[in-house]
Unconditional design. Structure first.
Length: 388
């Protein structure tokens, strides 16, 4: 049995806990602080003084009764229990929100299905914001230029704007424009405008000089890279980018002159070692896996469980930017957006969208070819119509 002092202390503690955060509590706290400055109040006996006052004034009994009432069931609940006394234990609770867990797999599925109301979904929101031009309410080549859509609704106006962008030679406008797709007849001009690429006689001559350099001089990595990069590796104009870049071009020295700066030469001539860029694929791989885990956790786990790593399937798509996997028209529509956003992230988004579209097939470990897929509907649905 608790002594009288202990019971009273517990009662006071319960009352203080209930009062915390209320206006009454702040008033009492303020009054108590003021009382501490009075000479008649002695700190060493304040607890005993409060206890004596509660007894004399009758508040001790009132407080005990209040706590007693709090511990009792409300009258309405008591009446309900009395009426249902014979039925208690026979009514079945709603277990639809609960699922049996018999194995680690079941437990993982339960964990995956958890939803935190305070979850910060800023990453998903930022992805939608970053690709706002691809939203369902914005016209897109690859969707709104199909035969069943009247050209007056989007296509005709889009082509008119494209011609104006080309005529004004505005690179920034061309980049913004390509986010909604480039018309076939204007694509070459728009891409050249975005890339600031020209095809003048001096450009052709410069290319022929680079080509001659490839033919006459062999570099160590020539047999490891595609033909399209051979001329690029000899282009010393690329070195200008290092003047406003934190990177430093690799250097070599003429034989016998090691360490003497005046005999240093940049190698390869353009200052870019081809395979150093491979590390950039890591961010694309991470983006793809994050999207897949966020949107399709069950599919991601299923593929991992059967030994079919999702990244192993999608990596070849991303390395080639879907070249050779999509039909030509769809591939060009995808590359329009790559140039428009100046980012390869949309390649990872499309890879995740393909998994979402073919989820049922993948659950059966079957994945058909991608040549029949439509790029823009997949990306739009994945970014703006998928419920996480």
């Amino acid at each position: 049995m608790m002594d009288e002092g202990t019971e009273l202390s517990l009662t006071i503690a319960q009352i203080v806990q209930r009062l915390k955060g209320t206006h009454l509590h702040s008033q009492i706290e303020r009054q108590a602080k003021e009382c501490l400055h009075r000479p008649e109040i002695k700190l060493e006996s304040v607890k005993e003084d409060v206890r004596n006052f509660l007894k004399v004034s009758g508040w001790e009994r009132k407080l005990q009764n209040a706590v007693y009432r709090e511990l009792h069931r409300p009258a309405v609940e008591q009446k309900e229990l009395t009426n249902k006394w014979n039925e208690m234990g026979t009514d079945e609770p709603d277990l639809s929100r609960f699922r049996p867990v018999y194995a680690p797999k079941d437990f993982l599925e339960v964990l995956i299905s958890l939803r935190n109301p305070n979850h910060d979904s800023s990453e998903e929101a930022s992805a939608k914001k970053a690709y706002s031009e691809l939203s369902l309410t914005t016209g897109q080549l690859g969707i709104d230029d199909h035969t069943h859509v009247p050209p007056d609704l989007f296509e005709s106006e889009h082509i008119r704007i494209g011609k104006k962008v080309v005529s004004e030679q505005d690179s920034a406008a061309a980049q913004q424009y390509s986010r909604q797709g480039c018309p076939t007849g204007l694509r070459a001009d728009l891409w050249a405008l975005i890339l600031n690429s020209t095809n003048e006689p001096e450009d052709v001559m410069h290319y022929e000089q680079l080509k001659a350099g490839v033919i006459h001089h062999d570099l160590l990595v020539d047999n490891l890279i595609y033909k399209v990069l051979l001329c690029f590796s000899r282009d010393t104009a690329v070195l200008e980018h290092f003047s406003y870049n934190s990177a430093t071009p690799p250097k070599s020295y003429i034989q016998g002159k090691v360490g003497i700066e005046e005999f240093a030469v940049v190698y390869p001539p353009n200052g870019v070692i081809p395979f150093h860029g491979f590390s950039m694929y890591v961010s694309l791989c991470l983006q793809f896996e994050r999207l897949l885990q966020t949107h399709l956790p069950q599919l991601f786990y299923h593929l991992r469980e059967i030994g079919a790593q999702p990244l192993r399937i999608a990596f070849k798509w991303m390395v080639r930017a879907f070249s050779g996997y999509l039909s030509t028209d769809q591939l060009l529509l995808l590359w329009d957006r790559i140039l428009g956003y100046d980012s390869l992230e949309i390649v990872a988004v499309l890879a995740a969208a393909v998994f979402a579209f073919r989820a049922e097939n993948l659950m059966e470990a079957v994945l058909a070819d991608l040549s029949t897929l439509k790029v823009m509907p997949l990306i739009q649905i994945f970014l703006f119509a998928t419920v996480i």
